[in-house]
Design a protein around this ligand. Structure first.
Ligand code: DAK
Length: 258
């Protein structure tokens, strides 16, 4: 399988599994990733996702230059309905996603990480948008998400020169939450996942939805959107009642995602 998909203890694990090609995404891998992400979105039993790459060299070297780019040129042709939906474009996924970046994240690889909420980098990670070196530009949100995540000058440096930045520089500019030695990468990603699993799952999803939807709204629209989601949480979820009860009764909440 080009994409390994497992579920354990409320966490869904996605592993891009083409280490011989630095985990570059070919059309088959993309199709499998899209299917797995849809399953994750729809499965009430899993609340947080972690995505990583197989091996110790690459998270994902982007689109497979030999197969995927020709496929996009000849089949997709800019018609996004032909493109399997993913959080990079076309799939609304409000469950929290963590990228465990275990090596190079180039092109589509950086864009996958950008579509996650938390990014943990191994010390050997590198982030880059080298598309311009191929005569193209990022096509999975890099030109839009990168300058929203980090200072424009650094985004411009990456997108206009195609040169990657190190894990430490990614941390310095706020692209990643933590940098750890490679052997500690998955345990660190799981630590973050378990931290998120301690909070109300529907609240985490609503918080993510409010943040992401709000980025393309005016402040006034965003405040209204937030209020709608807040009202839904407080008035219509059992979790909110449970969270309030647990605080008053001095116990841990038992979340049900209801
Ligand atoms: N595609 C295909 N094969 C790749 C690859 C890639 N992206 N990256 C690496 N490989 C393969 C190499 O061809 C080589 O295979 P063999 O020759 O052994 O068969 C093997 O992996 C090892 O690579 P190297 O020999 O080059 O190893 P090095 O350690 O010297 O260098 C590297 C590793 C990852 C730094 C280097 O291979 C590299 O620069 N790779 C290219 C990275 C790149 O340019 N990525 C951007 C691709 S464009 C869109 C969605 C997505 C996208 C666009 C649109 N829409 C839905 C509209 C995304 C576009 C992209 O990502």
């Amino acid at each position: 399988m080009a994409l390994l998909y497992e579920k354990r203890d409320r966490i869904a694990y996605f592993t891009i599994n083409r280490p011989e090609a630095y985990n570059a995404m070919d059309p088959e891998t993309l199709q499998e990733l899209s299917q797995a992400l849809i399953d994750f979105r729809d499965d009430d039993g899993v609340w947080v996702g972690i995505i990583t790459g197989a091996g110790d060299k690459a998270f994902c070297a982007g689109a497979d230059i030999k197969t995927m780019l020709p496929y996009m040129r000849e089949v997709v042709k800019g018609e996004t309905w032909r493109e399997p939906p993913t959080p990079m474009r076309g799939l609304e996924l409000w469950k929290p996603m963590i990228a465990a970046v275990n090596g190079v994240a180039l092109g589509g690889g950086t864009e996958i990480a950008l579509a996650c909420d938390i990014r943990i980098a191994a010390e050997n990670a590198r982030f880059g948008q080298p598309e311009v070196k191929l005569g193209i530009i990022p096509g999975w949100g890099g030109t839009q998400r990168l300058p929203r995540h980090i200072p424009y000058a650094i985004a411009a440096q990456m997108i206009l020169t195609g040169e990657p930045i190190s894990a430490q520089d990614a941390y310095r500019v706020g692209l990643v939450n933590e940098v750890v030695p490679l052997p500690q990468l998955m345990a660190t990603a799981e630590k973050w996942a378990n931290k998120i699993l301690e909070v109300g799952p529907l609240a985490a999803r609503a918080g993510k939805e409010a943040m992401l939807m709000g980025t393309s709204m005016t402040l006034e629209e965003g405040l209204r959107y937030e209020l709608m989601l807040f009202d839904n949480c407080i008035s219509h979820t059992e979790d909110a009642q449970e969270g309030i009860n647990a605080f008053i009764e001095k116990r841990k909440p038992q979340w049900r995602a209801k």
